[in-house]
Ligand binder design. Structure first.
Ligand SMILES: Nc1ncnc2c1ncn2[C@@H]1O[C@H](COP(=O)(O)OP(=O)(O)O)[C@@H](O)[C@H]1O
Ligand SMILES: [Mg+2]
Length: 360
């Protein structure tokens, strides 16, 4: 294998760096011509979303919920970045702000090098094809009055992707097959499907515009455990066949570890730890990540893991603590944690932690 990085490509199926002529050694791997050069697809810089609450008599905002408070990261083509954290830490707000469903308070979001954070609706409309979202609730996210064909066909119409109605129908049937549903069911309504099947319809709808990035907001949290695995495997297969990048949001670290290449742990609107999925899960450095991981059930009863219980509730993002936002619950708290906010610092290559105390 050559060392010249320009001549080396990353395999879509396993993200290994390989020479262009080499076949991927992974089972069921892609052909060399399906390799793609990894480039930065999404760049998020110091993103903040502050919701105004409590206004003065004259309508001026008096207080803000700091739902996302200065998040920066990059996502490569074909990569899965897992976003994990307790409920209310700002995961959904971050995902929605990235695809411009919520206005940003500060910061920038660039897709393929183009800043989309302040784009007008007219300029943003053609860009919307590049990014889609899969929602948490498979019951609430599909219009109950529309047939499956109408639901999946709608984005095809909006972006004028079909040449005629026969082409539109063909695309809808192909998408249904891609997500493991029978194309004969295209005229049915969402209530005729199970939760897992509805989530498949939501995935087909997201795929209809041939996006490059999909924000998956807790796509399996509302499903039975047995169905969760099927949907996750489907998302992995679709990532390979459609060269997709995922921002995969979940509060369950076991799910996140399984699907992600890299993980980002959020606490109170900020990133507290980020790195390669295996490194973060096997060797977490931030005390918050350590507590999250200690709560993941272990399959093998011989493996004993002490559960780290965090005292108290997460503080309100309306009035976050000074210094490190985690310090009121941290077992390692030091005096400086109460006054100085720790920046993300690199403990090992690609492994960053926002903690004064954490050691490599
Ligand atoms: N539209 C809104 N107005 C005010 N506060 C909001 C709004 N949306 C979300 N929040 C608050 O922002 C914080 C982050 O919410 P959210 O992004 O939904 O968290 P998560 O997805 O991690 O559970 C929460 O405290 C929530 O109450
Ligand atoms: Mg959420």
């Amino acid at each position: 294998m050559r060392q010249d990085s320009a001549s080396r490509l990353s395999c879509l199926c396993c993200t290994q760096m390989l020479d262009r002529r080499d076949a991927c050694p992974a089972p069921g791997s892609q052909r060399p011509d399906q390799f793609q050069v990894k480039t930065t697809l999404l760049q998020v810089q110091d993103l903040k979303v502050h919701f105004p609450v409590r206004r003065t008599l004259f309508g001026r905002a008096k207080e803000f919920v700091r739902a996302v408070d200065g998040v920066s990261f990059a996502l490569q083509t074909g990569e899965t970045l897992g976003l994990v954290g307790e409920s209310g830490c700002g995961k959904t707000t971050l995902g929605r702000a990235i695809i411009r469903l919520i206005e940003l308070t500060e910061g920038t979001v660039s897709l393929e090098g183009e800043d989309i954070s302040r784009m007008s609706d007219a300029r943003l409309r053609p860009q919307r094809r590049k990014f889609q979202m899969i929602f948490q609730d498979p019951y609430g996210s599909l219009d109950p009055r529309m047939t499956v064909e109408q639901i999946i066909g709608e984005p095809i119409d909006i972006h004028q992707l079909a040449k005629n109605s026969a082409d539109r129908r063909k695309r809808v049937c192909q998408l249904l097959n891609d997500v493991g549903l029978d194309s004969a069911h295209a005229q049915r309504y969402p209530h005729e499907f199970s939760g897992g099947q509805r989530q498949r319809i939501g995935i087909a709808r997201a795929l209809a515009v041939e996006p490059k990035l999909i924000v998956c907001d807790e796509p399996v949290s509302a499903l039975d455990v047995s169905v969760q695995a099927q949907i996750i495997n489907l998302l992995k297969d679709l990532q390979r066949s459609h060269a997709l990048a995922y921002l995969f949001i979940a509060h369950d670290l076991a799910v996140i570890e399984h699907i992600s290449d890299r993980i980002m742990v959020m606490y109170l609107g900020r990133v507290v730890e980020t790195g390669d999925a295996k490194t973060v899960c096997r060797s977490p450095k931030h005390p918050y990540t350590q507590a999250l991981i200690s709560a993941v059930p272990v399959v093998d009863p011989a493996t004993k893991r002490a559960r780290l219980l965090l005292p108290g509730e997460p503080p309100s993002p309306l009035n976050p603590p000074a210094g490190c936002p985690f310090h009121p619950r941290c077992p390692l708290v030091e005096p400086r944690c109460r006054t100085e906010t720790p920046p993300l610092r690199e403990l090992a290559s690609g492994h960053q932690v926002a903690c004064h105390v954490a050691q490599p």
